[in-house]
Every structure is written in C-alpha cells, then in structure tokens.
Design a protein. Structure first.
Lengths: 231, 491
C-alpha cells in the first residue's frame, strides 16, 4: 500500500534516522538527501510525490531549493523549520511550499500534514463538493456550512474565508493568501481585518471560541483548518 | 607659510625704495663724472636716463618719478654748462626733463603692473599650495578635533591669529588667542548661512556642511596687512575644514553603526545556534519517541533499538549542550566560581571517552596516559572542557579515523592532548579556533558545529588557571592537535 515516493531532505543524520522508519511504516517509499544539491539531483532522476524539506541546508538556502523544484515540479513540499522563523516560513510558502511543520514535532502530526499536502493540492483545483473535518461540514456547491449537522448562517466574507481554508484542506493559508481570496488580490487590507473575521467565524463554528479546535491559528503566518477526516 | 625672503628691491617698502632710487641716480652721477673726465663730453643725459630707467623697472612709479626729478636736477646742476648752476636755458633742457619724466611714467607704470601681476601669481601659488596641503591634512584625519586644530594652524600660518570653536571649546594655534567675550556672544547667535561676518578686527565664519552646524572659525585680519584675496583663501580653508569635519562625523557614525551591526550579528548567531542545537536533538528525540508509540508494534527489533539509541544519544548531546550553555552564561557573567580540588585526570578522560564513544560511531576513540596524573581544578568543568574538544575531533574526523586523548605531566602541570585525523585547520586560523563562533571554512557545512564548544573550553580551562593551545599534528599526518594544560595537584 504505497502512498507514493517521498524525499526527505535534512542535513542532520539523526533526524533522517528518526523519521525514516515511521515514514516507511506509514506507507511511503522514502529516499533521503543531506544537501540541496543532492535533493535536486534526486528529483531530476527519480519520481517523487512529496518532498519534506529542512530550510537550513549546508550548501544552499532551502528557499532556493523550493524555487528550483517549482521550476518543473508540482510535487507538494512540506517545510521543516524552527518556530521562531516566521519570515522564513512565509517566504517559503510564497515561493511555492505547500505547508510547514515546526521542529520539534511528533510523527503523528507530520503524517497528518503529509496527507493534507498530498490531498490538498488535488482539492484546490478540483470541484470536490464537500469538506468534512470533525464536526464541520462545508458544501461548496450549495454554500452550506454545518456544525454537528446544524446549519450555520455566515456572512459572505465569513463564508469566503472558511471556503478558502477548506479548499486548502488542512494546510496553512497565509494572511496574504486569505486577504487575496476574501477581499480580492489588489486589496490593501491589514492582517488585523483577517483576525477580526476569524474571531467572528469562530464565534459561529467553534464550540469554545477561545480554544479553537477547528479553525487553528499559526502565529505570525496564518490559519489552517483541522485536517479533513481520513474517510 | 614659508616665504622666500631673498633680496629684491620689489619687496622693499616705503622710504627704502626712494633711498634705493636715490642710490641708482647717485651711481649714474658717478658714471657720468668718470665719462666726463675721460672723454670730455657733456652729452651724458643718457647715463642719467639709465638710472631713471633702472629705478622705474625695479622700484615702480613713485621712486621712478623721484629718480627722474633728482636725475634731472643733478644733470642740470652738475653737467649742463654753466656747471653748478641751475638754469633752464635751452629747449634741450626741457626735452631732457620731458624724456626723463616720460621714461619714468611709462616704465614705472609698466614695472608696477608687472610687479602686481607677479605678486598675484605668487599669491595664487601660495593659495593653491596652502589649500592643497590643507586638503591633504584634513582628509588624512578621521578625527574632527584634529581637523579643527589643523584649521587653526593653517589660518595662523596664513599670518592671522585664529581660533576654531566646536560649540563647546576653542581650538587655537600654539601662539593663538581666543577671541574676546563679545565675539563668543556673537558666535552664540544662530547662523543659518555660510558667510563671513566682521566684528571689529575679527572675522567669523561658521563651519557648515550639509545644513549641519559644525562650529565657527574666527580670525583676526587687518585690511592693511591682509588684502581681500587672502581673505578668500581663509574662507576656502574654513569651508574645506567644515566638509572634513562633516565627513569625519559621518565616518564616526558609520563606525558606530557597524559596531552595533556586529553586536547584533553576534547575538543573532548565538540565538540561532542555541535554537538549532537545542531543537535538532529534541526533534530527533520527539520523532523517535512518537514513532515508537505510533508504529512500535510494526517495527522490527533492530529499528526499535535504533530509535531508542537515537533517543539516548540525542538526550546526551542535549545534556552536553545545556551544560555548555550554562557554563558560557556563567563565564560571560563572571559567575563561574571554582572550588579547586585535586582530581585524577585519568577518570575525567575515561568519562569523556565513555560519554562520546557512541557519538564516535565507527571512529576509534582511545584515551591513555592519564592514570597517574593529578590535576587541580573542578573535575566536572574539566570533563566538559575536554568533552567539547573530543566532540569537535569526532565531528571533523572521517569514519575509521583514530582520535587519541593522551595525557602527560610537564613541569608539575598536566597536559591533555587530543589528536584527530580530520582536515586540520589552516595555520593562520589556528589562533582563532578558540574564538566564539569561529567555524572552519575547509570542511563540509554539514559538519559545522555551533562555534561555541572550543570557546567554552578555553573559558573553562583558563578559569581553572590553565591554558589551551592548538597546532597541526607534528607526526606528519593530517589533523589537529588541541592541548589543554591544567595546574597540577598534589595528593
């Protein structure tokens, strides 16, 4: 039951050693690379369905690796990064990375992000009609939003925000991407507007708006929905 | 200003020139007398004309008229018949007088203009050479006080008492004087444009550049002694000094900013190094532990064993790093107090080898020679210091290499040497490897450490009264030798 070919790029041996067994056990065919050069060489010669990329590589900037990969590959890229490097992560996402995960992380979290990345890329461009995550259900065709089966009335902006997050299927969406999707690509809107809108939306869809379970904050970067159920 | 004072009648002033003119005429008279006696001729007006001509050429208009007048008188009285009697008798006499005066006027005026032109040329040369020297002097200095001092000197050399104000104090040439009180009050008035103001004999010109008030220059000129041309020179000097002060201020600010940037970079390097060195082992531990929980039953024994080994190794690495961080903090804050005790170096070496044996992997890590040696210090800190050196050796040595930790006594002290088979360190870099954040340029980036370990080692060893040294291996093989010297202990 192969989930696909996975390339794991990190210059720290012990990280490769720690991740490889779990990724293999989860069903990926794992290849590893310790430098950006090795990673690009591997991608040029071997099929690859998803890339896990550490941004701190010895031979080149991880962001440059993303740019180079994106020149010819649409494979989802999941970035490993330190928590305090928001700018790095935002830049990586802007350059075409699909999602990120903060070090240190548990493999459960990593595998969930991998699934979301692999699925999210399809979903964003498909006409997949319904998004389900926990108690939340978003029907894109009818524009209906339901929490625990109970239909919610959302304003157009709230719906646009939720739809955008759902379209990304559990992957992170940056403030800028959200502003472009909700207010339009040319809008001069502060991230504060997004925060206010998210707070409104949480009042409606979260059981406990102060401790959100569905609409999660990625501090300094953006928001994500809890990944879709594996049904 | 060094000025050439060789004799030149041009340089003479006032009455002296008339005296010289008189001398020229007297010489003409003497020559005329000789010719008169020898050749018995009184057609000698030409001789006196020569005297007038020489006076006019060398002394200018005034003395020339004077020479013409007395030459004519002497000629009339002394040579023209009847001799020794003044009588304008013939038209010829008037002609002589007219010629003398005409020569004096024309030649004197011409000589005067020539002299004036020469004086201007000299002044211009003096101006440009003074400006050139001043500009060299100003640009050679990055210190604005030195520029002010140099300006005061330059103006003083241009023949004026001068002082330069920087807003707080006056700078003067050695024999200079500060301007009087009322001048200071005038200086206190806000100056918004660059112009020279006169207060009595003093002239004040603000030092201004790029709309910055940089002080004030004051000098004392008298119109009689200092023509306006030279005042322009002083003004240009002042403006040049203002530009130099502005530039030195700018470079001072730049240096300050660069220092701030360097501090900031160091802090950033420290933070990112700590962040990386704490997170990497934590990430490996968390990933391994969560893998075991999630998939433990699906892993075979070898995989499970490898994951638990990773957890143990990374926890030890974390421990080493946290210990280093604590020690570094203590070293930097001066809070590291050492209660020296006598300890066996062999035990310390053994613990280090044991601790790092697993990290060494396929490298051979051996210790010998320390069994009988007693050192004085803190055994735990000594272990940390040595562990950092061995960890470094492991990091830079290829698989299969041999890392040797050996100890011997020298002059009652204990020397521990760690030799590796890594790429070594360029000789020029050897003194730097104990500096904070020094990282080797010659090795693959993946092997890079944090640049903290060896600096902490030095801090610890020196705190115990020892010293550190690094050199290339002397047995001809590539690699680095790091020696830690500890004070010896007696049982």
């Amino acid at each position: 039951m192969s989930l696909g070919h996975l390339l794991l790029v990190d210059d720290e041996q012990q990280i490769l050693r720690a991740l490889r067994p779990a990724l293999t056990a989860a069903g990926y065919e794992v290849a590893t690379a310790e430098t950006g050069g090795e990673a690009l060489a591997h991608l040029a010669s071997e099929a690859c369905d998803v890339v896990i990329l550490d941004l701190g590589l010895p031979d080149m900037d991880g962001k440059d690796v993303i740019v180079r990969i994106r020149e010819w590959s649409e494979a989802p890229i999941l970035v490993l990064s330190a928590r305090d490097l928001e700018h790095e992560k935002i830049a990586a996402l802007d350059l075409g990375a699909d999602d990120f995960i903060n070090k240190p992380f548990g493999v459960g979290e990593l595998l969930a992000r991998l699934r979301a990345s692999l699925r999210g890329r399809e979903r964003r461009f498909s006409a997949h009609a319904v998004f389900r995550s926990g108690d939340l259900e978003v029907n894109f065709a009818t524009r209906r939003v339901a929490v625990m089966g109970e239909e919610m009335r959302l304003t157009p902006r709230e719906y646009d925000l939720l739809k955008t997050l759902a379209r990304y299927g559990g992957r992170v969406v940056t403030h800028r991407q959200l502003i472009a999707a909700v207010w339009g690509p040319a809008a001069q809107v502060d991230a504060q507007f997004v925060r206010v809108l998210v707070a409104q939306l949480r009042q409606k869809i979260e059981e406990e708006p102060s401790t959100p379970k569905i609409l999660l904050t990625e501090p300094g970067i953006g928001y994500r929905l809890t990944p879709e159920d594996d049904a | 200003m060094a000025r050439d004072w060789t004799f030149s009648p041009m340089g003479l002033r006032g009455a002296w020139r008339y005296l010289v003119a008189f001398g020229f005429v007297a010489m003409s008279t003497a020559v005329a007398e000789v010719i008169y006696r020898v050749f018995q001729t009184d057609r000698l007006s030409m001789v006196f004309l020569a005297g007038v001509l020489v006076s006019a050429v060398t002394l200018g208009p005034g003395p020339a008229y004077f020479a013409a007048a007395i030459a004519f008188l002497i000629y009339e009285i002394y040579l023209v018949e009847p001799r020794f009697e003044f009588a304008l008798t013939s038209a010829e006499d008037f002609l002589v007088l007219f010629v003398f005066l005409a020569v004096a006027v024309l030649t004197g005026g011409l000589a005067g203009r020539l002299r004036e032109a020469q004086r201007r040329a000299e002044a211009r040369a003096r101006t440009s050479s003074a400006l050139f020297r001043a500009s060299e002097e100003f640009s050679a200095s990055d210190d604005e006080d030195a520029v002010r001092q140099a300006l005061a000197h330059r103006i003083a050399e241009a023949g004026r008492q001068a002082a330069v104000f920087d807003g707080a104090r006056w700078w003067t040439a050695p024999d200079g004087v500060e301007p009087p009180e009322q001048l200071l009050r005038a200086a206190g008035a806000p100056v918004t444009q660059v112009a020279t103001r006169r207060v009595d004999e003093w002239r004040l010109r603000p030092l201004r550049a790029d709309d910055q008030a940089l002080g004030l220059a004051a000098w004392r000129s008298t119109e009689r002694l200092h023509p306006d041309d030279d005042e322009r020179l002083v003004e240009v000097l002042v403006d040049m000094a203002a530009a130099a002060v502005a530039r030195s201020r700018l470079s001072g600010e730049r240096a300050e900013m660069e220092a701030r940037v360097r501090t900031e970079q160091l802090r950033h390097a420290l933070l990112s190094s700590i962040s990386h060195d704490l997170r990497t082992p934590l990430a490996a531990i968390l990933a391994s532990a969560s893998s075991l929980r999630e998939f433990g039953d699906r892993f075979d024994a070898a995989v499970r064993d490898d994951l638990t080994l990773t957890i143990q190794e990374e926890a030890e690495r974390l421990n080493l790093f946290v210990g280093n961080l604590l020690n570094m903090t203590k070293l930097e804050s001066g809070a590291l107090s050492i209660e020296p005790v006598v300890f066996g170096m062999g035990e310390v070496m053994g613990r280090v080898v044991q601790r790092l044996g697993k990290r060494a992997g396929e490298r051979e890590l051996v210790a010998h020679g320390g069994e009988a040696l007693l050192a004085l210090g803190d055994p735990i800190l000594a272990e940390q210091a040595l562990a950092n050196v061995v960890e470094n050796a492991v990091r830079f040595s290829p698989n299969g290499a041999r890392i040797e930790v050996s100890a011997h006594g020298v002059d009652g002290r204990v020397v521990v040497e760690v030799t590796d088979e890594g790429p070594g360190v360029p000789a020029a870099d050897l003194p730097m490897i104990f500096e904070k954040f020094y990282r080797s340029q010659t090795t693959a980036a993946g092997q890079q450490g944090t640049g903290l370990g060896l600096s902490i080692t030095r801090g610890l060893v020196e705190a115990m009264g020892g010293e550190v040294d690094a050199r290339a291996r002397t047995d001809g093989r590539p690699g680095l030798l790091v020696a830690l010297t500890f004070p010896g202990g007696r049982p």
